[in-house]
Design a protein around this ligand. Sequence first.
Ligand code: CO
Length: 152
Amino acid sequence: MLKIITNPNQILRQKSQPVANVANAEIKKLISEMTEIMMTKDGVGLAAPQIGQNIRLIVINHKDEVLVIINPKIVKKSFFKEWGEEGCLSVPGKYGEVKRHKSITTKYIDDKGKTQEVSAKGLLARVIQHEIDHLDGILFVDKVRGLHQLEK
Ligand code: CO
């Protein structure tokens, strides 16, 4: 199984490049491997830089369904923001509150190469914003308040 890269690491700090060809066999393999590792680690989302690939690809575990989000672009965001607890597989054991837009609309390409648009609020909106940050080299600890370590 793939290994998750943890902070600090330069790969997590780079701006990722768009995926050129979704139909590519390597991309398909990467999507299934990322899905597997996200499920195994019980994560709500995973971005490609977290497994060492600086490309704009995200998988999200949403209500037991896997959302594959490629080359995302937030096209609409609420004026209002809210604080909410976050953690990250690349920052193991640490949690804290981050301020995010309450709702967003994201345009992206799915795993079949089709353009999609999703309007999200609550947890899903939060997860999408967290994962898109990964694609821009940003970690939740950059924006956090009340960072704390959870004992295992
Ligand atoms: Co993360």
